[in-house]
Design a protein. Structure first.
Length: 227
């Protein structure tokens, strides 16, 4: 189940690609790609087939997809095989909460982007109730909540940032903030549970209507590389 932040990340990646003067040769990087091709396929459905998406993760992330290029096994904190100034854009979908050293990650992402390149990330707002709970519960609990299918994609979190403001402060050493969007999406985690899912749906509508950002767990941030 795609979160609002993931959907917005896809939309922004597509928008920036379509604004490129060199779309046919545009190369982008999927940071923490995993085994899924959902992001590449969703971007392809919007912009057509004129881009190449390299993939990077700590495990083998090779997949069959017409728009994928090279696949690198590396941590976002250290990507030695990836040359500097390579990409128009990089994106990370719910990855950076698993990273222990955000400063190193920000520096490496900055390094591999072309001048004036973009970095787009979706991530949890850890002041939201569901992520406060997540912070203090074991990975197996997260896997149970997600179920047998999605549960295998629940990994240990580091939460190397205290809040979204602190996260941005780390990245502002290398990037300028273009846009920040927030959503409440407890339904995305509790949809499998009949009664609780109804309550969570109402809760999300109220929080989104009142625009209480500290309670909104879904965040998408668009950064632009500082030259």
């Amino acid at each position: 189940m795609q979160t609002p932040a993931e959907k917005y990340l896809i939309k922004k990646v597509a928008q920036i690609l379509m604004q490129s003067n060199n779309l046919e040769n545009a190369r982008i990087l999927n940071v923490g790609a995993g085994e899924s091709i959902v992001l590449e396929s969703s971007i392809l459905s919007i912009v057509g087939n004129k881009f190449i998406c390299d993939r990077m993760d700590v495990t083998d992330c090779r997949v069959k997809h017409p728009n994928t290029g090279e696949c690198f096994i590396a941590s976002v904190e250290s990507m030695p095989e990836i040359k500097s100034n390579q990409y128009e854009l990089a994106f990370a979908n719910y990855v950076l909460e698993h990273v222990a050293d955000l400063g190193k990650a920000a520096a490496e992402i900055h390094r591999v982007l072309k001048p004036s390149g973009y970095f787009i990330t979706s991530l949890p707002n850890i002041s939201a109730p569901e992520f406060i709970l997540s912070k203090y519960t074991p990975t197996k609990f997260h896997q149970f909540i997600k179920g047998e299918g999605e549960g295998r994609h629940a990994y240990e979190t580091q939460y190397a940032f205290k809040n979204i403001k602190g996260f941005i402060k780390v990245f502002e050493k290398y990037f300028s903030v273009v846009e920040i969007r927030y959503w409440s999406n407890t339904l995305g985690y509790l949809y499998r549970f009949p009664v609780i899912s109804i309550i969570s749906k109402v809760y999300d509508k109220i929080i989104n209507y009142l625009n209480i950002k500290m309670l909104m767990g879904n965040v998408c941030i668009v950064f632009k590389k500082n030259v």
